[in-house]
Design a protein around this ligand. Sequence first.
Ligand code: NAP
Length: 285
Amino acid sequence: MPAKLIKGDKVAAHLYEEMAAELKDIYEDTGLMPGLAVIIVGEDPASLSYVTNIEKRSKQLGFDVVVHRLTVDVSEGDLLQLIDELNYNDDVHGIMVQLPLPEHINPHVVQETVDPEKDVDGAHPINMGKLFSDEKGYIPSTVHSVMQMIEFTRQPLYGKKAVLIGRSNIVGKPLSLLMLRRNASLTICHSYTEDLPEICREADVLIAATGKPGFVKEDWVKPGAIVIDVGVSQVDGKLVGDVDFAAVKNTAGWISPVPGGVGPITITMLKWSTLEAFKKSIAAG
Ligand code: NAP
């Protein structure tokens, strides 16, 4: 039997409705809208398309979203100054800086400049530290959406064998902490891992975040497993994931497509965190 599809829009639908209702109530009471500032530097096509989608989808839901499109030669100082202004702007509740940044800009310095209370994509070391120590803070939207997808399957995660391919700061590492929080027995793999297909075959939950198109093959997948594909690459002008979807869907129990999987929920989770920041700011007066 072919795998059940974990479609991003379907997973995000109830979150969207919940947020729309909350926003309506808050707007009727206060006349205020959540403000989201997105900063993009340069013309990376995948980043531009992601940011345009954030802009469109956030406006649809009633967010006041402003995209700051900076040229690739912007200085680090000018970028930090913009972030500082946004930190002090009371109409801005969330700030997201799209990566990658050009080589002359240090991403760590940039992420540390964003006010942790407005760091709705969980990139600031304070929010990363909170994730590490199981405290409430903002978590990266991508990993938040992977957890929503697993929840959507209604399959318990505790005690299950989970394999995560990828250990980056924005996907693999934070995701590993959330999986542990949910009591999965986790194996983290990377480019030095030996016998990767064999390790993957053990997985009840297999998550691929490598950026290698079609990397995960059908015979790497345990029958009935949940397979989540975080990878996004462009091949011949088309978006493709890390998983050989056409073949793996015949073996997996659940599978997320690319496009239409993690991507759409990621934007929803970014709005979710911005709404949280907005509500905190209202509560603080
Ligand atoms: P990254 O920083 O390049 O990390 C890739 C990871 O994959 C690294 O840990 C790397 O291992 C591992 N890897 C590479 N080749 C491998 C191999 N042959 N065998 C095993 N592991 C291998 O990428 P990222 O930022 O985490 O992003 C990963 C993918 O997710 C990309 O396609 C990106 O576009 C996508 N993404 C999607 C979203 C979304 O919302 N849909 C958001 C963020 C990222 P080493 O550490 O040993 O190098």
